[in-house]
Design a binder for this molecule. Structure first.
Ligand code: ZN
Length: 91
């Protein structure tokens, strides 16, 4: 079993800082979010940071990638947004 989450994607070192690492903005506690801009849809999916203790490289991953899918119930946050058809690669 290869545990790729413990390996730095820059230097390859197995020195990922252990424990929960959080990101926050200075103004509030809102999470860093992934936004699907093509559709004007804002998906509130938190990014999980992965920090290498050796070279300092910060990597991000999404814990629940399936939450990034856009469906018919997702509405653009901008009402004037001109929607393009949903393509296969959106899913
Ligand atoms: Zn590294």
């Amino acid at each position: 079993m290869s545990n790729t989450t413990d390996v730095c994607s820059k230097c390859g070192g197995q020195s990922i800082v252990k424990g929960d690492i959080d990101l926050r903005t200075s103004k509030d506690l809102e999470l860093i979010m992934v936004v699907r801009k093509d559709h004007g849809v804002e998906k509130k999916v938190p990014l999980q940071p992965k920090v290498c203790g050796k070279c300092g490289f910060v990597d991000f991953y999404v814990q629940e990638p399936k939450n990034l899918k856009i469906g018919p119930t997702d509405k653009p946050i901008d009402p004037d947004f001109k929607q393009r058809p949903i393509l296969e690669y959106d899913f």
